[in-house]
Design a protein around this ligand. Structure first.
Ligand code: 3PG
Ligand code: MG
Length: 408
């Protein structure tokens, strides 16, 4: 992979525009999960440590409207996030209430070497999302170099994620670098055999992903509500389970494509069944061929979890997106936790490279208490999915990366 890293950036005395992902969950003005903030600290310290000036660019939420006035909703200001980041960094972070124009220019002019400044939400300008040239120029004016440390926003071709990389000397930040290396190890040139675990509620949201994976991995485990659609397509009666019956034909197509590519598809053979979708309802473990009309499959069953764990032991690489059951409701977290623990143990032992990411996956692995034992956990949601779909991410492409290897 060819992109420049911070090792090549002569940062001393330079104004460095650093695109980060500050789109963190907040409640009542407080950050409820600061994982993304902690991930960018190495990049900030690297640049300030060399005497560079760090100017943070980021979006928050999805502001609506045409003008700055319409879009500048105080509830979507980056100020409280910048304050929390400063606390974690252990250094004050100045704030400018606009990411371009006089306010921003003055704030940048006031910086000393080693300072950090956060500019207000880039999406307060509609031109950010339009990747508009005048807006890119106004941003570029503020910096001598551009660093992108926001893999999780790299699926957007926006001014601060893509446009700037074309007009300023561009570098990957430490988190971007680690992310790209981990993803390359997982699907670019993985050690084989490779298993993918894909879970989640709906097949319809992951069609491209499944289609790409069957031609790249040796074993594809399908879990969660999605598995029911595949089971139903095989003629299994899934009762009241979440199931997209209209996608039976699509599921069969994916199975056919997998077979042709030599990819084994693994579906649950048993499940935890209940009549109620809530925590700790009456439930039973049974074969997927034994689901009553008023029952739902809410988790992969004990035999399936055991079989997946056993198969995992013969794998060299695992890429995981989406839980195997309704993990937020006990006891339907059981299969996800069991397989996560096995993945963590194999990774710790050194026999498995394990990369996980996307939405619920990080929460599920945190819940299983094994997040620190996996090889790499991505904080990206949509970007991780698009990467698993085999798509080129504009923010990565603009850094000059030659790209992951195409089909092996
Ligand atoms: C995210 O939170 O997944 C990223 O920051 C991207 O946000 P977006 O989906 O609003 O572009
Ligand atoms: Mg998102």
């Amino acid at each position: 992979m060819s992109f420049k890293t911070l090792d090549q950036l002569p940062a001393t005395g330079k104004r460095v525009l650093v695109r980060v992902d500050l789109n963190v969950p907040m409640e009542n003005g407080h950050v409820t999960d600061g994982t993304r903030l902690d991930r960018i600290l190495p990049t900030l310290r690297d640049i300030t440590g060399k005497g560079g000036k760090v100017i943070l660019l980021a979006h928050f939420g999805r502001p609506k409207g045409e003008t700055f006035e319409e879009r500048a909703n105080p509830a979507e200001s980056l100020k409280p996030v910048a304050d929390e980041l400063a606390r974690r960094l252990g250094q004050p972070i100045a704030f400018a209430a606009n990411c371009i124009g006089e306010v921003a220019e003055k704030a940048v002019a006031a910086m000393q070497n080693g300072d950090v400044l956060c500019l207000e939400n880039t999406r307060f300008h509609k031109a950010e999302e339009k990747n508009g040239e005048a807006f890119i120029t106004a941003l570029a004016k503020l910096g001598d170099a551009y660093v992108n440390d926001a893999f999780s926003a790299a699926h957007r071709a926006h001014a601060s994620t893509e446009g700037l990389a074309r007009v300023l000397p561009a570098y990957a930040g430490r988190t971007m670098e680690a992310e790209l290396n981990a993803l390359h190890a997982a699907l670019g040139q993985p050690k084989r055999p490779v298993m993918a675990i894909v879970g989640g509620a709906k097949v319809s949201t992951k069609l491209d992903l499944l289609g790409n994976l069957v031609s790249r991995v040796d074993c594809l485990v399908i879990g969660g509500g999605m598995a029911n659609t595949f089971l139903a397509a095989r003629g299994v009666n899934v009762g009241k389970s979440l199931c997209e019956h209209d996608l039976a034909g699509t599921a069969r197509e994916i199975e056919k494509k997998a077979k042709a590519a030599g990819c084994e598809i693994v579906l649950p053979t048993d499940g935890l069944l209940s009549k109620e979708f809530r925590a700790n309802p009456p439930h039973r473990a049974a074969s997927v061929n034994d689901v009553a009309a008023d029952e739902m499959i809410l988790d992969a069953g004990p035999a399936s979890a055991k079989a997946i764990a056993a198969k995992l032991a013969s794998m060299k690489t695992l890429v995981w997106n989406g839980p195997l059951g309704a993990f937020e409701l006990a006891p339907f977290d059981t299969a996800t936790v069991a397989v996560a623990k096995e993945a963590a143990a194999l990774t710790t032992k050194g026999s498995l490279v394990s990369v996980a990411g996307g939405g619920d996956t990080v929460a599920a692995l945190n819940h299983a208490g094994v997040a620190d034992d996996m090889t790499y956990i991505s904080t990206a949601g949509g970007a991780f999915l698009e990467w698993m779909e085999g798509k080129e991410l504009p923010g990565v492409k603009a850094l000059g990366q030659v790209g992951r290897d195409t089909k092996q």
